[in-house]
Design a protein around this ligand. Sequence first.
Ligand code: HPA
Length: 279
Amino acid sequence: MVAQQWNSLAKTADQAVGVIKAVTNKVPDAAVVLGSGAAALHDLINPIVLPFEEIFGIAPTVAGHAGSVTVGQLPEKPSVTVAVIRGRYHVYEGHDFDTLTLATRTIVAWGVPRLFLTNAAGGVNSQFDVGDLMVITGFRDFLNPKYREIGLLEAAMAPPVSSENALTASIIKAGKHLAEKDKDFRPLRSGTYCGFSGPSYETLAEIEMARRLKVDAVGMSTVPELQAAAGTGTVAAALSVITNVWSDDKPMGGHEEVLEASKHASRRLDQLFRYLLQN
Ligand code: HPA
C-alpha cells in the first residue's frame, strides 16, 4: 500500500489516546519502544495489551515487529507505570511522516514525560562488537522527510539528542553504574546514528560514506520519532542494539541475523531499563 492509502486508515494521535483511555486511566511515567527482536520488560504487573491496529488503525507488516502497546506496572516498583511499545512503522513499509511518528505523537498527547526509543542497528564504528548497546548522542538523517510540508522544520533543525539531553545523560550514567556493579554488563557505547530508508541493507559504498561522515551505527528508524518528540513535553532518548558490525569486505547477512543478535543483547537492555525506571 502507498502512503495515501495508509493515511486513510490511520487514526490521529488524539483518537489513539482516546482508545487507550477507554481501557486505562493511568498515564505512564515512561514509554519504551522496542525495535526489531529486542525483548525487555516482559513481566509488567496488571498488563493491558492493545494491538497497533486497534490503537493506531494500522497493523505492522514486518516480521519481528509485534505491533502492540502494553501498559502495566514495574514488578520491582509497582508505583511506576510503563508503556512498552513493541514494533513501529517504517519508511520502507510505505508510510509517510505522520504515520512514522504516530506512536510518538500519541505518547506526547497522552502526557508521558519520558520516551526511550530503541532500534536494531549495524555497527559502522569498527570498535563495536555485535550485541553492544549504543546510546545515540547525535544523528544524521537520510530518511528525508519533507519537514517544511509537515511543519516540523524547526524541530528538525534543533538538536533533539545529545549527551546534554538529561534523559540521554541518565542512560549513560545508568550504564556506567551497571558496568561497575556487574562484570557481565558490557559498558555502553555512545555515538552517531544514521537513518537510511531501507528496506535493503546498505551497500558497502554507502557504509564507506557513513564511515567518512563519522557515523557509528546505521538503521532504518528512530530519527523521525526523535524529531517528533523534540520541543514537546516528552523528553526522548534513544539506544541502538548493534546487531551486526560492517567490515570492508563482508556484506550484511540479513534480517534473521539481526533478530538473533538482538535477542542476545536483550538481557542487558532489560537490565538497563529496569534500572532506569526504578531510579
Ligand atoms: N543497516 C540498517 N539497518 C539495520 C542494520 C544495518 O546494518 N542492522 C540492523 N538494522
